[in-house]
Design a protein. Sequence first.
Length: 96
Amino acid sequence: MAAPQTSSNAGLRIVVGCDNAGHTYKEALKETLKKHKGVSEVLDVGVDDQDDDKAYPHSAVDAARKIKNGEVRHIPARACSDRIHERIGADHSPRS
């Protein structure tokens, strides 16, 4: 488990995830974030391609776990076909 960044000069560590319908948007967002001077790292929790049929809440749960474990301190970026899916993932995330 990576320690959260504490320096005020440290860039943001952002986690991104999506379902297969949001894959293209997530990839574009990820590339844009990587180029931003305020971002030090972009963690991708999937899906890896448009044909990946990973159920939609799994990437939301994976992103939430990275926040809970201190790997990132910020709200995850999620790209999916509708907001219901990301809410389901967030509602079923482990809480401390």
